[in-house]
Ligand binder design. Structure first.
Ligand SMILES: Cc1cc2nc3c(=O)[nH]c(=O)nc-3n(C[C@H](O)[C@H](O)[C@H](O)COP(=O)(O)O)c2cc1C
Length: 180
């Protein structure tokens, strides 16, 4: 079964390890990418005074897809601040925009990360996204970690493994290319 998917990336570098990995992984699929660096999404506000920023329109667009891939570097054992800010705003979908929050139920979510250390040091972010997905009634479909030991040099096998993961999450296979 193939899934219609979109990716959300949050990193502090537009030409860094996470973008390099994502571009290679997404080369065949060409899934749409929402880059948090280009969106105006502010911190969660208890008074909901920021509902007119880019968060709600981004969610409305993401709701067109059945699968959402979150992509982030590991920054201090967790997701980037950009990604965390985006996730914090899901609280708007439990309050003032419950109507949208309800539509998240049943969506599939996965997480891809790049980092310097061994994979075990990224367990925190994996668990955070899993628990958040569970809470929101979304199906967590797993985590892929790309280790980049030498900054800005992402080995081909690491890129290849990220591509295999991403393609498996959307049910992509070579026959789809032949069918195009
Ligand atoms: C602020 C900051 C914190 C980091 N913390 C970690 C960490 O906790 N664990 C880790 O493995 N790598 C850590 N790194 C390294 C990055 O995860 C790694 O270089 C990543 O591939 C960078 O992706 P980017 O080029 O998209 O920023 C950190 C890097 C930065 C800038």
């Amino acid at each position: 079964m193939t899934h219609n998917a979109a990716l959300v990336i949050g990193t502090s570098r537009t030409d860094g390890n996470t973008w390099t990995t994502l571009r290679a992984a997404n080369e065949n699929l060409q899934l749409p990418i929402f880059d948090l660096a280009t969106l105006r999404i502010s911190y969660f506000d208890y008074n909901s005074e920021n509902l007119a920023d880019d968060f709600i329109p981004t969610i409305e667009r993401l709701l067109e897809f059945d699968t959402i891939g979150l992509v982030s570097p590991v920054y201090w054992y967790s997701v980037s601040a950009q990604m965390k800010t985006f996730i914090d705003r899901f609280s708007d979908l439990l309050g003032p925009r419950k109507d949208l929050g309800r539509q998240l139920r049943g969506k599939r979510v996965f997480l891809m990360a790049t980092g310097y250390s061994e994979e075990k040091y990224s367990e925190c972010m994996n668990q955070m996204i899993q628990l958040t997905s569970d809470y929101l009634g979304m199906k967590y479909e797993g985590f892929h970690y790309s280790r980049v030991a030498e900054d800005l040099v992402v080995p081909d096998n690491v890129l290849g493994e990220a591509r295999v993961f991403l393609e498996s999450k959307v049910g992509y296979n070579k026959r789809m290319v032949a069918d195009r």
